[in-house]
Design a protein around this ligand. Structure first.
Ligand code: ZN
Length: 181
């Protein structure tokens, strides 16, 4: 089932999300619906608050042709298909960073450069509550950081330069008027 998205201006996007404590069929259905919604919206990641659920869960899927390292090879060859991440904790952020343009399904028509670490370790639980760990790099690391931010009420806008933020002020005001209720 495709779920309705939350948009910039809706309070759920700014609220820190609650840990997942129950690993049941309801959670499995939510994860499946989030994957369907991410696909329908042509996104590479989607976090709970973006579909109005203030829960620490996100889904991500990096298409293989976008999963490139700086040598032009696959950055994360073990990533195949959608990944469901519950109660994530990010550690071991690489000191080396990369600047790349980001967008967000919840903030239509706005993109901007964000500096993020090139790699990290993602500790999380799967849909059975089993603790797992992945080393991610390049776009997958960026995506995990962007989605993890959503769980803390942080948007990619918060990482933009002052100049860029000033430049999109009008657009953001319009979005807020459109979606805030
Ligand atoms: Zn986003």
């Amino acid at each position: 089932m495709i779920l309705p998205l939350s948009y910039y201006g809706q309070p759920v996007l700014r609220k820190p999300a609650e840990p997942v404590t129950v690993f049941d069929d309801e959670l499995r259905t939510l994860a499946r619906d989030m994957i369907d919604t991410m696909h329908a919206e042509s996104g590479i990641g989607l976090a709970g608050p973006q579909i109005g659920k203030s829960l620490r869960i996100f889904v991500m899927e990096i298409p293989p042709d976008m999963d490139e390292n700086d040598q032009g090879g696959r950055a994360n060859p073990f990533l195949n298909g959608p990944l469901v991440v519950v109660n994530p904790k990010i550690r071991d952020l690489a000191p080396k960073t990369e600047v790349m343009e980001e967008g967000c399904l919840s903030i239509p028509d706005i993109r901007g450069n964000v500096t993020r670490p090139l790699s990290l370790t993602l500790d999380y639980q799967d849909l059975d509550g089993k603790p797992l760990s992945l080393k991610l790099s390049f776009l997958a690391a960026r995506c995990a950081l962007h989605e993890n931010d959503h769980l803390d009420g942080i948007l990619f806008l918060d990482h933009l330069s002052q100049v860029k933020r000033l430049a999109i002020k009008g657009k953001l005001r319009k979005l807020k008027e459109q979606f805030a209720s």
